[in-house]
Design a protein around this ligand. Sequence first.
Ligand SMILES: O=C(O)C(=O)C[C@]1(C(=O)O)C=C[C@@H](O)C=C1
Length: 388
Amino acid sequence: MALRCFPIWVCPQTTLPSPLVGQDAKRRRFFVTWECSSSASVRAVTAIEGEAPYGRELKKTSDEMGLTQETKSVTFHRDLSMLPKPLTANSLYSSAGDDSKMRISFQGIPGAYSETAALKAYPNCETVPCEQFETAFQAVELWLVDKAVLPIENSVGGSIHRNYDLLLRHRLHIVQEVQLPVNHCLLGVPGVRKEDIKCVLSHPQALDQCMNSLNDLGIHRVSAKDTATAAQTVSSSGKRDIGAIASVRAANIYGLDILAENIQDDANNVTRFLILAREPVIPRTDRPYKTSIVFSLEEGPGVLFKALAVFALRSINLSKIESRPQRRRPLRVVDGSNNGSAKYFDYLFYIDFEASMAETSAQHALGHLQEFSSFIRILGCYPMDLVR
Ligand SMILES: O=C(O)C(=O)C[C@]1(C(=O)O)C=C[C@@H](O)C=C1
């Protein structure tokens, strides 16, 4: 058979490889159904890998598709089972609040706190592990998942700065916050005692949150990508002198013994996670809402004071302020005769305030802030999570 070129319509695969790594997120697998009318009419499904965004065409040759000499004609079908079904009157009611079809990406492997946060928000969701935070964001952008979960700050360790930068780099919206009490455990392979542990693996934030306990035990610390990966590493090493700091859930998943519970320095150790989606939620006023914004300020004395005053003047409570350098914009400040120097410390300010964008006071505050800011973006307006 002569080499022929076929256009293929790219559809998402129903199951994802896990964990989803950066390259896999770009390299999509898709299905194509074809019929050949030789002696008998045969219908086959072929899975082919390629790199083309969903909804676009990708060219494949007959060889690449594994078509044989006998193949007389080929008909491509879009796999209709993958298209969304029209809603029925019944499904409108039965699917309200049903999160079993929800797919949420998180950084880490099963048993990480980020996964627990996703399950707290959507108990029946399918969690999709990702190697990097960046991949968790891309998975939402590429429609591979519905939402992503991201740790943003901890009551002991403070802000997770890199994740603030990601919020700005990507165009996702914060649709929910989840406050998760984090009770760290010291885990070891079955049968070991706490005294046997000489070295402990965990996420750097988790190690920080347990600093005093680890100092008391005189244990050496080693960083891991996330707490669950630390547990998995200890489990597969089988070593009796290495422990992990992770959750009870991670202990169960990776078959480790819990040698000590609640070893964090502060009994009230809470991590705040954000849930991100492609579409924002419509702000309401029927319950307490929080709004997250990022902005930069014009040059001048007292501008930060003025920026904060727009909220104070309207009795709007600020729950968080964070500043991050504007990496892409070292500013050159010049006078009338073009003399000046580069200004490397130009900052972006991230603020969370306790009001909904549906309230006029919040709208006026942002209108006022615009008067002296060079850039403002609303990252999301979402219901507040009051820790239970
Ligand atoms: O390693 C994990 O399990 C995570 O989900 C990450 C993470 C973090 O980045 O802060 C989340 C919660 C805990 O504070 C410790 C670690």
